[in-house]
Design a protein around this ligand. Structure first.
Ligand code: 13P
Length: 254
C-alpha cells in the first residue's frame, strides 16, 4: 500500500451557492491562501459561475470543475449542459453521481455511467460520487451498495481512462448533517472501493486512483480523515464556501 503514489486532491462542491460576483470574491480570497498548497485544489461551481471562475483562477493553482453534465453530445434536452460545452469553456473537472442528484433528480447508476463516459470522451476529469444512505448502513449493506455503484459507474471505462478519474466516497447520512463518518469508517469504505478497482482493473490502478472522503469535512476533522491510508483527499460542501475553512482543510492535507 503506498499513499505516495496518489495525488491528494481537495475539491470544493459549492452546490447551489454563490452567483458570479460572490464566486469571484471567494476565489480572490482563496488564491493567496493556496499559493503554497501541497495538494491539488479544485472548485466545482454552479454552471453560471464557470466563466468567472475560469477567469479568476487563471495563472493560479486552483482548478475549476462543474457539478454535472449530460450524457448526450447535443440535442433536445432543455436546460442541460453537455460535456463538450464544458470542455470548450476550459473546464477541467466534473462531479458526477452526487447523492443530491440521485436523491432529488432521479439519477441512477446507469445514467451516472452514461454521463461519466460522455465526460471522459470530451476530455473532462470526472469526480465520481458513491455512498450509502443511513438505512443501508444500518442494514449492513454499505459495502455491497458502494461496490455496485462503483462497478456500474465504471462500465466500459478503460484502464487508461482510470488515470483521469477521482472517486469520492460520500456517506449520504454525513452530508450537510454535521455528522462525519469516523476516520475508521471512511478508511474502511475507501479501502473497499480500492479493492473493487483492483478486481476490475489491476492492483496498479487501485493504488494510483485518488479516493476522496466527503461529508461534513471541516478543518477540525480533516487531518484525522486525511491521515488514513485510503483517504486521499476531500470533497467539501459547506466548509468550501468560506475561504478560511476551505484553506484549513487544504492545509491539513500536507
Ligand atoms: P458537506 O461538506 O456540506 O457535508 O457536503 C459534502 C458534499 O456533499 C460534497 O459533495
Amino acid at each position: 500500500m503506498n499513499k505516495e503514489l496518489r495525488s491528494a486532491v481537495i475539491a470544493g462542491n459549492w452546490k447551489m451557492n454563490c452567483g458570479p460576483a460572490a464566486a469571484k470574491a471567494l476565489i480572490e480570497d482563496l488564491k493567496p491562501l493556496c499559493v503554497n498548497a501541497e495538494c491539488d485544489v479544485i472548485v466545482c461551481v454552479p454552471f453560471v459561475d464557470l466563466h468567472v471562475a475560469l477567469e479568476a483562477t487563471k495563472g493560479s493553482n486552483i482548478k475549476v470543475g462543474a457539478q454535472n453534465c449530460h450524457w448526450a453530445e447535443s440535442g433536445a434536452f432543455t436546460a442541460e449542459i453537455s460535456a463538450g460545452m464544458l470542455k470548450e469553456l476550459g473546464v477541467e473537472y466534473v462531479i458526477l453521481g452526487h447523492s443530491e442528484r440521485r436523491q432529488y433528480f432521479g439519477e441512477t447508476d446507469v445514467t451516472v455511467n452514461q454521463r461519466l463516459r460522455a465526460a471522459l470522451n470530451a476530455g473532462l476529469k470526472p469526480i465520481l460520487c458513491v455512498g450509502e444512505v443511513l438505512e443501508q448502513r444500518e442494514q449492513g449493506v454499505t459495502e455491497e451498495i458502494v461496490r455496485m455503484q462503483t462497478k456500474i459507474a465504471l462500465q466500459g471505462v478503460s484502464e487508461e481512462e482510470m488515470k483521469n478519474i477521482i472517486i469520492a466516497y460520500e456517506p449520504v447520512w454525513a452530508i450537510g448533517t454535521g455528522k462525519t463518518a469516523t476516520a475508521e469508517q471512511a478508511d474502511e469504505v475507501c479501502g473497499q472501493i480500492r479493492k473493487v478497482l483492483a478486481e476490475l482493473y489491476s492492483e496498479a490502478v487501485a493504488q494510483a486512483t485518488t479516493i476522496q472522503y466527503g461529508g461534513s469535512m471541516k478543518p477540525s476533522n480533516a487531518k484525522e480523515l486525511l491521515g488514513k491510508e485510503h483517504v486521499d483527499g476531500g470533497l467539501i460542501g459547506g466548509a468550501a464556501l468560506k475561504a478560511a475553512d476551505f484553506f484549513g482543510i487544504i492545509d491539513a492535507a500536507k
